[in-house]
Design a protein around this ligand. Structure first.
Ligand code: C2E
Ligand code: CA
Ligand code: CA
Ligand code: CA
Length: 281
């Protein structure tokens, strides 16, 4: 604020106040947004690094706000987690993602799509009837449990509450797979994860960013990929933005990748065309 002058300072103060009011408004509008079904989903492809075939998609929520336009999760997911509306939002996301995925499978029996990834917030997972919600969402969509990959956070798994382990087991018994999202940003270790009933590690973008410029970072990711493989965990590298990163990760033995290099989050109507375009001859 230095050198702003009095008018500039007042302006800065009123901008701050304005931003706070906007955040509070959004928070109170979340309940209404659920009732009015103002949420929409985009889908970001997850590819096999070896041949870049699209084998999965991750559902990413957006809020089609009546006056502010399309809002990304940054604007509301934290607030929704805090006031509990994430439970309703997350329930809708799961049902809608499964419905859409089942429709893609039905429309194209030869599709390369094998699974859909759905983000689950800690508050949503810890709700008493979460496993039942998953079961009924699968049934309502006519979706097979093997199609669903649930992305949970490291912090949830670290809680190690008996309920978390028990529910992870119950989900896997159904045939649903579980991924640790943003792996590496929390404090869990691979040896600890070994004891958790999970199937997939999603290696956070912050680990991928520097693999071409930092030997240490490259060595670290290489070691994680090797260890994960020995522990029978599949690895998805997030945030791949350049071909060099894809090649490096593939060489390390990392099987899956996601990022702008392959595709940004897409609207549902764009997915079948992409699948068609990447279908092997
Ligand atoms: P995430 O689960 O780590 O999802 C990946 C985010 O990284 C997405 O942002 C995606 O658009 C972005 N991304 C993907 N590839 C690249 C890349 O190459 N470069 C860069 N710079 N970014 C990339 P988005 O859609 O804004 O989502 C942000 C976060 O919001 C997600 O991070 C996830 O934690 C949360 N989120 C999204 N949808 C849901 C949901 O339905 N439920 C819950 N609980 N959280 C969600
Ligand atoms: Ca995710
Ligand atoms: Ca992630
Ligand atoms: Ca991330």
């Amino acid at each position: 604020a230095k050198g702003m002058g009095k008018a500039g300072w007042q302006r800065y103060q009123s901008d701050l106040a304005h931003a706070m009011v906007q955040r509070l408004e959004l928070r109170t509008q979340l309940h209404e947004a659920i009732e009015d079904e103002q949420f929409v989903l985009q889908y970001q492809p997850i590819v096999e690094l070896v041949d870049q075939r699209v084998t999965g998609v991750e559902a990413l929520v957006r809020w089609q706000h009546p006056t502010r336009g399309l809002l990304g999760p940054f604007h509301f997911v934290e607030a929704a987690e805090e006031n509990g509306t994430i439970i309703g939002i997350g329930g809708w996301v799961m049902r809608e993602a499964l419905r859409q995925f089942a429709a893609w499978k039905a429309a194209d029996p030869d599709t390369s799509l094998r699974y859909i990834s759905v983000n689950v917030s800690p508050r949503q997972f810890l709700a008493p009837d979460f496993v039942e919600q998953v079961r009924s969402a699968l049934a309502a969509a006519g979706a097979r449990p093997e199609w669903l990959l649930l992305e949970v956070t490291e912090s949830l798994v670290l809680k190690d509450a008996a309920k978390v382990v028990q529910d992870l087991r119950a989900l896997r018994a159904l045939g649903v797979r579980v991924a640790i999202d943003d792996f590496g940003t929390g404090y869990s270790s691979l040896s600890y994860l070994r004891q958790m009933p999970v199937d997939v590690l999603k290696l956070d973008k912050s680990f991928i960013d520097d693999i071409l410029t930092s030997r240490q970072q490259h060595a670290l990711v290489d070691a994680i990929v090797t260890l994960a493989g020995n522990l029978d965990l599949a690895v998805v590298a997030e945030g791949i933005e350049e071909a060099g990163q894809r090649v490096a990760l593939d060489t390390m033995g990392c099987q899956y990748g996601q990022g702008y290099h392959f595709a940004k989050p897409l609207w549902p109507t764009e997915i079948p065309a992409l699948i068609e375009a990447t279908r092997p001859a």
